[in-house]
Design a protein around this ligand. Structure first.
Ligand code: MG
Ligand code: ZN
Length: 223
């Protein structure tokens, strides 16, 4: 019996990938740059979005956000003060977003009006790795408070991403966090993974993050 569960899981992933590719085609056709944000609960995904939208609002960049959570619309409410549409995706207990949920939420957004769309996944470093949503880049956020072993412990999500944000670096003086260990593990698992250090609390490194987003936009939107 157990051997049957594997093909079923593969079928689900194939169906997900099919919808993800449709999402991607919509993104390409609209000229919107789509960034997936993944990370553990409390790593700072929504805080990073607040910092990003603050900058975008000041600089006339147009963005929308899809926010995935098990329950509550609190994150969408946190983001509602910015000049950006925030759509809460409540998964009702599911621990990751699937491409179909994103696809349905796109009906609430006018993609052609946007420069960027951010998709904040459910706080989880495990299964979101397997569910591609159609995003141009995936960014994993790891707060230094989570420990310097997390890259090695969650290899699948680290391999699926293009950038790793080390958040809460203002806390480094109080923690035994060995950044060299993170860099060595990244080098072994996914040497192309771009590492960005920042603190959403103090604003340190936010400029580099914005510059990274601009680089991604330059690559994804050649129109
Ligand atoms: Mg959040
Ligand atoms: Zn899950």
């Amino acid at each position: 019996m157990e051997s049957r569960s594997i093909p079923v899981y593969e079928k689900i992933l194939k169906a997900n990938d099919y919808v993800a590719r449709q999402n991607r085609q919509l993104f390409e056709a609209s000229g919107v740059t789509v960034v997936g944000l993944l990370g553990a609960p409390g790593s700072g995904k929504t805080s990073l979005l607040e910092r990003t939208l603050e900058h975008f609002t000041r600089n006339g960049l147009r963005a929308a956000v899809l926010v995935g959570d098990l329950a509550t619309a609190r994150d969408a409410q946190r983001l509602a003060r910015f000049d950006a549409k925030a759509v809460q995706l409540t998964t009702g207990g599911a621990c990751h977003l699937e491409a179909q949920q994103v696809h349905e939420a796109l009906a609430e957004i006018n993609l052609a009006d946007l420069d960027y769309l951010f998709i904040e996944n459910v706080g989880n470093l495990v299964c979101p790795a397997a569910y591609y949503l159609g995003e141009h880049v995936r960014v994993v956020i790891l707060s230094v408070a989570e420990g310097d072993d997390k890259v090695a412990k969650y290899p699948t999500i680290m391999r699926s991403a293009q950038a790793l944000v080390l958040n809460k670096i203002d806390l480094l003086d109080w923690l035994d966090f060995d950044e060299r260990r993170i860099r060595e593990d990244v080098h072994a698992l996914n040497p192309g993974l771009r590492i960005l250090r920042l603190s959403c609390r103090t604003g340190t490194g936010i400029e580099d993050w914005i510059e990274y987003l601009e680089q991604v936009r330059g690559r994804t939107n050649r129109a």
